[in-house]
Design a binder for this molecule. Structure first.
Ligand code: PLP
Length: 476
């Protein structure tokens, strides 16, 4: 890596990205290309000879940018955002620049120690009980995704349970969530060897909340125990993907703990908001759970990938996930005075993700982070107010965070689906849908760093304009 050439090309790249952000409003938010578009435009094989960065960047602009759905567009309201910031971006540059592989302490002490410190900082910000922090014999680790966090915690719970009841009983273990729990739970249970028949997606309350009721959990557990099965793992969600419903952690833990189960809380999207004192109540009851995770790469300005996972008992993770080949043996590990994060995750190699989180926390400061999150929630409230004023629409579930679920009358899926398709085909905004309790709902999820109130007003105008046309055609 020639530093002189790196500086030249690096500056060019930063300029390219800055221009992209400057012009992002001009692109259709949802990519409008057809499947296979790129193969038609690129050569069949890699070039034999080097090509200059100038030519490559030209091709990025011409061929790649049209095939991007612009997640950082201020008019992106789909899924949940995956927002970025200058700090997160620069932190990513630094960690990529160093490109250290800190699988154990000795392989890059700063990577491990910064991760432990930042996870304690964040744990304190969330007012997690001390038992989740290193100072309280728990600890935090950064994974790539919530899915990995659930796989690892479920594997730990499985091994803990099997050491009590015998390995032959793996076929009896049961995993619980609600029908609103993210599919990551089902995937994890497939991976860790849970019998597919023992995966319970319990119907969430069909009132307005769509949360998992402790009574339903109790009933499901009782019937499994009667059938000779063994309750293992409950995944409760704070901020479900479809409607941002919040499962009641305290009462659910009371039920699960009675049966010695492991309780994990998936707060992938909404966990961020809980650094604001006024939203902290959404994780009340957290003291009773075994593990908790949220994706800083969703709504914490940190950029993919950065899933923060805390566990009360790191020993359980370590005994399930560690492997100690001779080539990794070293004195600090033998001294048992250090954290070797390879034993807290699936892979051996790992990225220096703590760097970007550290930069985000330092560059914003807690006050600004809270205010940014509040501004997104305020904008969602604004959108909710606009929907509520139009008699043709209804808000389907009460808003908890920065996402609004709504639909247009007639409430049928066909009309609402048509409306969503028309909105997205306009290229001016991008929203997505969910099916909840048999209802087709349109989700407007606010969370992109650059979104301002004017984008909310514009998004609502787009929705209304297309509703006018669709309802008129429907009536004719
Ligand atoms: N859990 C919830 C509640 C989510 O909303 C999502 C993604 O949107 C996930 C889990 C999946 O996260 P990941 O892609 O990090 O595995």
């Amino acid at each position: 890596l020639d530093p002189v050439e790196f500086r030249r090309q690096g500056h060019m790249m930063v300029d390219f990205i800055a221009d992209y952000y400057q012009n992002i409003d001009k692109y259709p938010v949802l990519s409008q290309v057809d499947p296979g578009y790129l193969r038609k435009r690129l050569p069949e094989s890699a070039p034999d000879n080097p090509e200059p960065i100038e030519t490559i960047l030209q091709d990025v602009q011409e061929h790649i940018v049209p095939g991007l759905t612009h997640w950082q567009s201020p008019s992106f309201f789909a899924y949940f955002a995956s927002n970025v910031s200058i700090a997160g971006f620069l932190g990513e540059m630094l960690s990529t620049g160093f490109n250290v592989v800190g699988f154990n302490w000795v392989s890059s002490p700063a990577a491990t120690e910064l991760e432990s410190i930042v996870m304690d900082w964040l744990g304190n910000l969330l007012s997690l009980p001390k038992s989740f922090l290193f100072s309280g014999n728990g600890g935090g680790v950064i994974h790539g995704s919530t899915c990995e966090a659930i796989v690892c915690t479920m594997a730990a719970s499985r091994d803990q349970m099997l050491s009590r009841i015998g390995g032959d009983n793996i076929g009896k273990l049961v995993v619980y969530g609600s029908d609103q729990t993210h599919s990551a739970l089902q995937k994890a249970s497939q991976i860790v060897g849970i019998n597919p028949k023992n995966f319970r997606a319990i119907e969430a309350t069909r009132s307005t909340t769509f949360a998992l009721s402790p009574e339903s959990l109790k009933l499901a557990i009782s019937s499994d125990i009667e059938a000779g099965l063994v309750p293992l793992f409950l995944c409760a969600t704070v901020g479900t993907t479809a409607t941002t419903a919040v499962d009641p952690l305290g009462p659910l833990c009371d039920v699960a703990k009675h049966h010695g189960m492991w309780v994990h809380v998936d707060a992938a999207y909404a966990g961020s908001a809980c650094i604001c004192p006024e939203f902290r109540h959404f994780i009340d009851g957290i003291e009773g759970v075994d593990s908790f995770s949220f994706n800083a790469h969703k709504w914490f300005f940190t950029g993919l990938d950065c899933c923060c996972l805390w566990v009360k008992n790191p020993g359980a993770l370590i005994s399930s996930l560690s492997a100690n080949p001779e080539f990794l043996r070293n004195k600090p590990t033998d001294s048992k005075q250090v954290v070797d994060y390879k034993d807290w995750q699936i892979a051996l190699s790992r990225r220096f993700r703590a760097m970007k989180l550290w930069l985000v926390l330092r560059s914003y400061g807690v006050v600004n982070l809270r205010n940014f999150l509040r501004s997104h929630i305020k904008m969602a409230k604004l959108f909710e107010g606009l929907v509520a004023m139009d008699q043709r629409f209804e808000i389907v579930v009460p808003r908890n965070f920065s996402m609004v679920c709504f639909r247009v009358s007639p409430w049928v899926a066909t009309i609402n689906c048509k409306l969503l398709e028309a909105i997205n085909a306009s290229g001016r905004v991008f929203m997505t849908h969910a099916m909840v309790g048999g209802m087709y709902v349109i989700r407007c999820a606010v969370g992109v760093t650059q979104t301002e109130e004017k984008h909310i007003a514009m998004a609502w105008k787009v929705v209304q304009e297309h509703a006018d046309v669709i309802l008129k055609n429907h009536g004719d």
